[in-house]
Design a protein around this ligand. Structure first.
Ligand SMILES: *Cc1c(COP(=O)(O)O)cnc(C)c1O
Length: 365
């Protein structure tokens, strides 16, 4: 058991601190052989060959929680599994921001879901834009702290490595921000691309800072986006509050089974191989893009994509589309009016991207 820490619980909405959530049939701790308590069918559906879908699933399967905790380096009670890290973002905003009063801090350009979820909760979004400098995008941590204090924001969303910036934030700065905002705000570190980064996870800061929450997911490096399995990792008391705000049966049993397979040692070994390949391809693509005429700038990346600015982004976009390659257009994002984001594909796909972009300039010349 972790020692009770007053700090982080004081950040939960006052009206939710004593909230018990929904008591499902699965939450009763009783035992028996004939289960007639949840209005489930006593017969299996013939489509359900191994008869595992008849009953409601465990809300937080202990084996999944243990496997994810082992993978990410925390204790099981510090981890809540949910429907992707998107659900984690949603739970944090709903539990910490009083509708119509709360505020969050984001650092644009960043993942759009933080602002979407805040909008749904009628929480204010305070933006402290990343600085675009010689080392790529960097975070002004002092400005973030001041903005959070001024707005009395309960949540600061940091994305590291950043989407779409590609930069990883220094852990000592994240720790210092958490220390400064202790008792005032939770610093959320979204590590959706953590597997592709060279540095350690912010999970290592959890024991020293009760107001850090880390988001992880099986959607990217683990290649399971359709299974919708992600995790929030935070102080055990905050995790307990988030679970009470979560849907009663958030994890479909087939998805849990798939995730457990993916977390077995042989599957994890292949995942590590894919990550190594992706990192090599990413670094090679960035170097090659930087030397490609028409590419103004290819940003350094610690993730599985490269953000690049183009002299003529429309021509690059059109040429790639003509080759059948779809990338992400960031031209509608402030300060990224000439930028496109290219996800790292297979070596063949990345070669096609390069070949196509090299052709753009030749065609124009
Ligand atoms: C893709 C992505 C997510 C969403 O992950 P899910 O686990 O699939 O919900 C979260 N954060 C960032 C920054 C992402 O890019």
């Amino acid at each position: 058991m972790s020692a009770p820490v007053a700090g982080v619980i004081d950040l939960v909405r006052e009206d939710l601190r004593a909230f018990g959530g929904y008591r499902s049939a699965r939450s009763e701790r009783v035992d028996g052989q004939v289960w007639l308590n949840a209005n489930e069918s006593p017969w299996a559906n013939p489509a359900d060959a191994d008869a595992t879908a008849r009953r409601y699933p465990d809300p937080q399967p202990a084996d999944l929680r243990a496997a994810l905790a082992a993978l990410y380096g925390c204790r099981p009670e510090q981890l809540l599994a949910g429907r992707g890290s998107d659900e984690g973002i949603d739970l944090l905003v709903r539990a910490l921001c009083t509708p119509g009063q709360g505020a969050i801090v984001v650092t644009t350009p960043t993942f759009g879901m933080y602002a979407v979820v805040a909008r749904v909760q009628a929480a204010r979004v305070v933006d402290v834009p990343l600085d675009d400098g010689a080392d790529g995008f960097t975070c002004d941590f002092d400005a973030v702290a001041e903005a959070a204090e001024r707005a009395q924001a309960r949540l600061v969303f940091l994305c590291s490595p950043g989407n779409p910036s590609g930069t990883a934030l220094p852990l000592p700065r994240i720790a210092a921000l958490a220390r400064r905002l202790a008792g005032r705000a939770v610093v959320v570190v979204d590590e959706a691309y953590g597997e592709y980064a060279s540095g350690p996870s912010a999970v290592t800061l959890l024991d020293a800072h009760d107001n850090i929450a880390v988001l992880r997911t099986l959607s990217k490096a683990h290649a399971l986006a359709a299974a919708r399995v992600g995790a929030v990792i935070a102080h055990a008391e905050l995790i307990a509050v988030l679970q009470r705000c979560q849907a009663p049966y958030p994890l479909p049993q087939p998805c849990v089974a798939l995730a457990m397979q993916a977390l077995s040692p042989p599957s994890l070994a292949t995942t590590r191989e894919r990550i190594v390949t992706t990192i090599m391809e990413r670094d090679a693509l960035r170097v090659a893009l930087s030397a490609t005429p028409g590419v103004r700038r290819a940003y350094p990346s610690q993730a599985n994509f490269v953000l690049a600015r183009f002299d003529d982004a429309q021509a690059a976009w059109d040429a790639l589309l003509a080759s059948g390659v779809v990338i992400r257009d960031f031209r509608a994002t402030p300060r990224l009016g000439d930028a496109l984001r290219i996800t790292i594909g297979t070596p063949e796909q990345n070669a096609l991207v390069l070949e196509t972009l090299r052709g753009v300039r030749e065609a124009a010349a």
